[in-house]
Design a binder for this molecule. Structure first.
Ligand code: IVH
Length: 638
């Protein structure tokens, strides 16, 4: 009997081990396949599998990892979709400091640099010419073919560990291919391609959120985002341009990048002239001129070119200045400037009531696009540059999407004989503008009566982080406003299907030009109404944030709901009580008191309450239901 039992036991054990080996094998197989697909898609730009097939494999792997956490791997392809939240990015000291490049806008400086090199190390110098990517520098560390850590530049000696976010970037390998060194660091630039940036801003506009100014800052902000799931959605990209380590298998920089490409990294493509070898200053200049002219055709931003000595043996010989190596230099492109006639100065009223003066220009070609408008910043700037209607002005396009007026071309005849007089009244509602001490912009104080501000408040209310009402965008809001169906956020909850179907309205661009007719169809009306209905389940803290009380952001709204539990106690709170709340200081307390002191706001809250929105903190509600359930029961405590 015992012998039979023990054989049985052994067999079961054998089955179990066999089963586990099989699982492990399948996990490895899926990991390998998914890594290959990622590489082909993100690095080579040559996908060989359908999205459907890819997702199916990813789901299978996710399921296996969930069922067998003992095989979990921080570098699994499943980590690419994000999920890890980083509360605080760990500070990490760079193994080798992250130096910067000395840079110049002058071709003369490049010629001098090249001559100095010859004087120091003789004539046998080869150069590698690269683009200067306009993004965020990153250092990636690999050991035994696996991604270990990704660290930002920080101050050059200490950066921050952003590994969870790095794992979401498809073009950064988590496991290497081919024959790679045991240990090395590779540096490069994380950036947001133009197409992704434009799509992101389109989406933000639809949601009524403020637009991002340029791809570089957006990439930097994204990389430091705490929620890696959001980072994964942003589709960052990365070019690698510098390999560091001991006993690496090459003796020149160009080859180092060819090797890095074999290990699975996305390095600049020689065939596309993103990187080239050169032997003379003439070739260097040709590369500079070529890219100065063609940079606008690239699908990402660059702000110059980098010239590096190719032979690594010369690097030590050339040494360093205080903070940059002598073997490399960056030539930065000047922001492109053109001159044109400023036909008229107009004013835009933003969602917060801030006034922006806009230069309406005689159309002119700048950095690959026709420019009709440029920013004039504020009254001080117009006065300082003495910009007048009819002047010929220089406009410039740097990294930002909107060009700016930088100076008056005084060689041309002046426009108006008088200095420009800045408006005193709001161009939208006629209210006298105010300017707070220490602030550059003028504001329209008519928060609840000025059309762009009303629409702005409604856009904020429905936005993703607030009530997240899907099915309405800024265009529909403008349409509903135009048809007088909404004047405050409370009106959203009174909208009825029969009012909306077939509703016609006109929408214009951000300057109210190029009007187009739109009409609401049954399907979008159903969507919109479903979105409104679903928003009634949004927790109190987000409803409070959605109200758009000045200075009450997401965090403060959270703290307030935790402290006051219900809107009624928040309305009743005096300054002392408000100030006792975490993160609430004088300025915020004052703003809350002012907001609730307005009858219009209090009655709007009443209407929202009657429409069924949540104005009680979750915690309070669940405690109430628990105590309700415990009512009448008795407990013996031992
Ligand atoms: S090489 C020691 N190559 O420019 C040299 N840098 O001020 C290390 N950059 O922080 C840098 N494109 O973020 C190098 N092709 C390129 C680059 C590049 C952009 C950035 C990098 C660095 C800054 C230099």
């Amino acid at each position: 009997m015992t012998i039979v039992a023990s054989i049985d036991l052994r067999l079961t054990l054998f089955h179990r081990i066999f089963f586990m080996i099989n699982i492990r094998h399948r996990i490895d197989e899926l990991t390998h396949e998914l890594n290959e697909h990622n590489y082909k898609y993100y690095v080579l730009n040559q996908p060989t599998v359908s999205d459907y097939e890819f997702d199916r494999k990813l789901k299978e792997l996710e399921k296996l990892e969930l069922e067998h956490p003992e095989f979990a791997d921080a570098n699994s392809p499943t980590k690419r979709v994000g999920g890890d939240i980083t509360d605080k990015f760990e500070k990490v000291t760079h193994i080798r400091p992250m130096l910067s490049l000395s840079n110049t806008y002058s071709e003369e400086d490049i010629r001098d640099w090249e001559e100095r090199l010859h004087k120091s190390v003789g004539d046998n110098i080869e150069y590698v010419l690269e683009l200067k990517y306009d993004g965020v520098a990153i250092s990636l560390y690999y050991k035994n073919g696996r991604f270990v850590r990704g660290v930002t530049r920080g101050d050059g000696s200490v950066g921050e560990d952003v590994s969870a976010n790095i794992r979401t970037i498809g073009s950064i390998p988590l496991r290497l291919r081919g024959k790679f060194p045991d240990e090395f660091e590779i540096r490069g630039e994380i950036f947001l391609p133009h197409a992704v940036f434009a799509e992101l801003n389109r989406e933000r506009e639809k949601q009524g959120e403020e637009l991002y100014a340029n791809p570089r800052n957006t990439a930097a902000g994204t990389l430091k985002h705490q929620d890696s799931k959001l980072v994964a959605k942003r589709k960052l990209d990365c070019f690698l341009y510098f390999v560091l380590g001991d006993h690496l298998p090459y003796d020149n920089h160009f080859d180092s990048l060819l090797h890095a490409a074999d290990w699975g990294f996305k390095v600049p493509d020689h065939k596309m002239h993103l990187i080239e070898k050169a032997n003379s200053i003439e070739e260097i200049m040709r590369f500079i001129h070529y890219w100065d002219e063609h940079r606008h055709n690239l699908p990402f931003d660059i702000d110059g070119v980098v010239i590096k000595v190719n032979q690594i043996s010369l690097w030590d010989e050339l040494g360093m200045t205080a903070k940059s190596p002598r073997w490399a230099i960056a030539y930065k492109f000047k922001a492109e400037t053109v001159s044109t006639v400023l036909e008229k100065i107009s004013y835009q009223v933003g969602r917060t009531g801030a006034i922006t003066p806009v230069a309406n220009l005689r159309p002119v070609l700048l950095a690959g696009t026709t420019v009709k408008r440029a920013s004039l910043y504020n009254a001080d700037q117009i006065a300082k540059l003495d910009i007048r209607e009819g002047d010929t002005v220089f406009i410039e396009k740097g990294g930002e999407i909107i060009p700016k007026v930088i100076a008056v071309d005084t060689t041309k005849p002046r426009g108006s004989v008088h200095p420009h007089i800045y408006i005193r009244q709001c161009p939208e509602c006629g209210t006298t503008l105010v300017r707070n001490e220490g602030e550059a912009a003028h504001y329209c104080p008519n928060e609840n009566g000025c059309p762009p501000q009303i629409k702005g408040k409604i856009e904020h209310f429905i936005s993703r982080k607030a009530m997240n009402i899907e099915g309405i965008g800024s265009e529909t809001i403008a349409g509903l406003y135009e048809k007088k169906l909404i004047r405050t956020v409370a009106d959203i909850y009174d909208l009825r299907k029969e009012q909306l179907i077939g509703l016609e309205f006109t929408v214009g661009d951000e300057f109210g030009e190029n009007p187009k007719k739109r009409s609401l169809q049954e399907k979008s009306v159903n969507n919109l109404l479903a979105g409104i209905e679903a928003s009634k389940k949004i927790p109190f803290e987000r409803v409070l944030f959605a109200l758009g009380i000045r200075f009450v952001g997401e965090t403060v709204a959270k703290k307030l709901t935790r402290r006051f539990k219900t809107i009624d106690s928040l309305v009743a709170a005096n300054a002392e009580a408000l100030l006792e709340t975490d993160e609430v200081g004088e300025k915020i307390a004052q703003s809350i008191l002012e907001w609730f002191s307005l009858e219009a706001n209090r009655s709007m809250v009443e209407r929202l309450k009657n429409s069924g929105l949540l104005f009680t903190a979750d915690e309070g509600r669940s405690l109430a239901t628990v105590s309700e359930r415990l009512k009448g029961m008795s407990f013996v405590v031992i």
